[in-house]
Design a protein around this ligand. Structure first.
Ligand SMILES: O=C[C@H](O)[C@H](O)COP(=O)(O)O
Ligand SMILES: C=C(OP(=O)(O)O)C(=O)O
Ligand SMILES: [Mn+2]
Length: 419
């Protein structure tokens, strides 16, 4: 199996992750909770890519800093589950663990793990990454197309209108730069960097794609650029940390309200013993009402230990609830967790380095509220996720405007402080 990515790309991404730790850039990571074989299509890949482009333009324009675009794409198949078994109407079957392992259909056959799925997931990841590379370097991401990136259904929404107004201002700025002599063929105008990421959960798969880099002698997991260890598998004495500390990729680790400060310091020391900037992101997912209680202690402990990490907010996984038999998240609580994340760092003088969202470019009804005003009775109409509920394109774009407003506020505060 050829590697899917090249070690040099990981080194580039590591430098960008380091820039997010100091506030010189901002990390935008988004995509499906679980990619699936049945939803594999060029249009879906394009729409996810496009809404991430739109979000990045909004955040760049608001914050005045580069935005590092990272998809939860081209490998985000394997899913940890809270329970080994799923019971419906008295029938208990093994839980669905992602298309790379078993099927989501509630039948005994579908739930039997099938190793052929590993190969199918690899091939789909390769095809997805190939198309993303084409979009990134082939002109689709050209800034002069900023007005065309609107998704069809977005035109009617407030977010869509708000985006078009901002895109118009970006367009004016581009025309100004072109009039000043910047060539429209400048790569800055036509190409963009885009990276892929997934949870390093299935160690057999990840190990099979781990290669020694001929230029450095270091080992890279070539299944994706950025890999993270999940909340359920971050035990200090566990196999996942042992695997992760052996690869040179930039890494993330998910951290809930259960994490103790001393444990986090030990975990960081394990994954980043050289204290290399950009090596490690701590992805905080606590729930909106836990962040103010638990995050300050973690940040202070890391500061006191002199450790360098990039702090990222995952405002999704701590805010899951059940409604009408559906797993859902309320946009207001998702936004409140991001707000609390920025507030805590602002109070401590540390840096909110990025966000990590479960989202889609599709017009789904999986998360309540937001500009789409999705209500409990709407959930059944377009609930397509294979695991956790995702922000739809409107809600994701709305979130980017909120993040942009906080980045702008931080920029203004920094200007005042450095006068
Ligand atoms: O994506 C994260 C986890 O795999 C997911 O939240 C687990 O969902 P469950 O609690 O329904 O098992
Ligand atoms: C499993 C996930 O999250 P967590 O480990 O934080 O529950 C995920 O991001 O898909
Ligand atoms: Mn999830």
């Amino acid at each position: 199996m050829p590697p899917l990515i090249f070690a040099g790309e990981c080194r580039n991404l590591q430098a960008k992750l380091a820039a997010c730790a100091t506030g010189e850039a901002f990390w935008l990571q988004g995509g499906d909770c679980a990619e699936s074989f049945s939803h594999f299509s060029a249009n879906r890949i394009r729409d996810s890519f496009r809404v991430l482009l739109q979000m990045a333009v909004v955040m760049i324009y608001g914050g005045g800093i580069p935005v590092v675009k990272v998809g939860r794409l081209a490998g985000q198949f394997a899913k940890p589950r809270s329970a080994d078994m799923e019971t419906i109407d008295g029938i208990a079957l093994p839980s669905y663990r992602g298309d790379i392992i078993n099927g989501s259909e509630f039948t005994a056959d579908a739930r039997i793990p099938d190793p052929r799925r590993l190969v199918k997931a690899y091939n789909q990841s390769a095809a997805t990454l190939n198309l993303l590379r084409g979009f990134s370097s082939g002109g689709y991401a050209g800034l002069q197309r900023v007005m065309q990136w609107n998704l069809d259904f977005m035109g009617r929404s407030d977010e869509g209108q708000q985006y078009l107004e901002l895109a118009g201002q970006v367009d004016d700025a581009i025309q100004f730069m072109t009039a000043c002599g910047m060539s429209p063929d400048n790569p800055l105008m036509n190409e963009t960097d885009f990276y892929v990421s997934h949870e390093a959960l299935l160690l057999d798969y990840e190990a099979a794609l781990t290669r020694e880099d001929s230029t450095t002698g270091l080992w890279y997991d070539c299944s994706g650029h950025f890999l993270w260890i999940g909340e359920r598998t971050r035990q200090l004495d566990g196999a996942h940390l042992e695997f992760a500390r052996g690869i040179a990729n930039p890494l993330g680790v998910k951290v809930s309200q259960k994490m103790e400060p001393s444990e986090l310091v030990s975990l960081i020391a394990t994954l980043n013993p050289e204290n290399t900037p950009g090596r490690l992101a701590v992805i905080v997912r606590m729930g909106a009402d836990q962040v103010h209680k638990k995050l300050p202690g973690l940040v202070r402990a890391v500061q006191q230990a002199g450790q360098t990490v990039t702090w990222i907010s995952d405002p999704m996984h701590g805010n899951t609830e059940s409604c009408n038999g559906y797993k859902t998240r309320r946009y207001d609580r998702v936004r409140a967790e991001v707000e609390a994340f920025f507030d805590v760092h602002e109070a401590l003088g540390t840096v909110p380095g990025g966000v990590h969202l479960e989202m889609t470019g599709d017009n789904v009804t999986e998360c309540l509220g937001g500009g789409s005003s999705i209500e409990a009775t709407d959930l059944e109409s377009r609930y397509h996720t294979f695991c956790d509920p995702r922000l739809n394109a409107e809600q994701a774009l709305e979130m980017s405007f909120f993040v942009a407003s906080r980045l702008r506020r931080r920029k203004q505060t920094r200007c005042l402080l450095h006068r």
